[in-house]
Design a protein around this ligand. Sequence first.
Ligand code: NDP
Length: 398
Amino acid sequence: MAKVIIVGAGGVGNVVAHKCAQASDVFTEIVLASRTLSKCEAIAADILAKQGRSIRVAKIDADDVAATTQFLLDEKPDLLLNIALPYQDLPLMDACLAAGVDYLDTANYEPPEEAKFEYKWQWAYREKFEQAGRMALLGSGFDPGVTNVFCAYAQKHYFDEIETIDILDANAGNHGYHFATNFNPEINIREITQNGRYWEEGQWKEIEAMSVHQTYDFPVVGQQEAYLLYHEELESLCQNIKGLKRIRFWMTFSEKYLTHLKVLENVGMTSIEPIDFNGQQIAPIEFLRAVLPDPASLGPRTKGKTCIGCDIVGMKDGKKKRIFIYNVCDHEECFAEVSSQAISYTTGVPAMIGGMMILSGKWRQDGVWNMEQLDPDPFMEQLNLRGLPWQVQELPLG
Ligand code: NDP
C-alpha cells in the first residue's frame, strides 16, 4: 500500500506512469503531476484505456519549492519520482526534505546556465537526507541506472576484482525523420556536444567531442559505430567499484545524425547562450528544441532495437575474464505496451523498479544513494519480470 507522485509527463513520465499502474500491488495510489496538465490527462486516459485503471493528475511547477512542498504536504505521498528535467532535481529534493517524502530521479542535476552535469550538488544533500530520515535514490534510469546495477551484479557474482568497464549504448532503431533526438533534445544535445571524458588510473582524461570511436559488435543489433562520451554514471562508479582501473562510456550514432548535429553546431543552433532576437532573449538550443520532433511523437514511427550493456574485464579465481551483461529492447513492442519508443521505455521501467525497491523496503535507507551502492539482486530479478530481461555473455579477452 503506497502512494506515489510522479513529476513530469514527457516521454519517460508516460512510461513510468504506465508501469506503476501495472504494478498495482505496490503503487496503490498514483498522482501524475507536471507543468502542462493536458499531457498528464492524455497519459491518464491512455492508462485507463489500456489497463482500466484510473490515476489522478495535477498541475505543478516543480521549480517553485514552496508551492511543491505545500502540494506534497496536502497529498502525503510515500515517494516522489522525479521524471521532469535535471534542472528540477534540487528544487524537488528541497521540497521532499521539507515535506518528509522519499525521492528518486533518473538524471543528475545540471544548472540551466552551464552545460555541466555532476553529482556534487546532489551528494551535498547526503547529511540533510540522513538527518531528515529520508532517502534519495539517484539515477534510476537505464544509463545511469541499470548500467550501475549491472556493474554491481558483475562485482557480486562474476569477479573478485573488476579492472575495466566499458558501458555501451546502441540504438539501432529508425524513426524515419532526418533528425530527431530520442529524449529531451536540449538535454541530449548538451550531453553530446561537450568534450568527451573517461576515467583511468585515478584520473579524468578529456578528449575532443566525438573524436574517439570504435566499431563494436553488439549481440542482436550487430556492428555499430560507438563514440566515447562523458556520461554521469562514470562519476559514481569510479568511486564505488573497488580496484577499478578504467571506465569509459560509448554511444552509437549514425553518420546522418552526426552530420546534422555538426551543421547545427557550426551555425550556432546548439548554443545555450541566450541571444537577442527581436528584443527577446532566447537560447538557440531552446528554439531548436521547439522545432525538432517531440521525442514522445517518435513512438508510433520507430522500428528496430536497442542494446545497452557493460563490457567488463576483471579477475576471478586468479584468472582474467571478460563478460558482456546487457538488455535488448524492441521499439515496436514497447509502443504496443505503453505507447512509447524503447529509449523512454528503458528509462521508465527502471525508475518504476527503483521506486518498488524503496517502497518494498529492500533498498530503503536514509541518505543519498547511487544505484551500485545497493544490493543488485532484487533489482535484477524485477528487470526480468517487468519488461527488461538481461543476459550475460562470456567474451574472449580482447
Ligand atoms: P521530456 O522533455 O519529454 O519531459 C519532461 C517533462 O517534465 C515534461 O512533461 C515537462 O513539462 C516536465 N517539466 C519540465 N519542467 C517542469 C517543471 N518546472 N515543473 C513540472 N514539470 C516540469 O523529457 P524526457 O521524458 O525525455 O526525460 C525525462 C528525464 O529522464 C530527464 O531528466 C532526462 O534527462 C532523463 N533521462 C534519463 C535517462 C537514463 O537512462 N537515466 C535516459 C533518458 C532520459 P512540459 O510538458 O510542460 O514541458
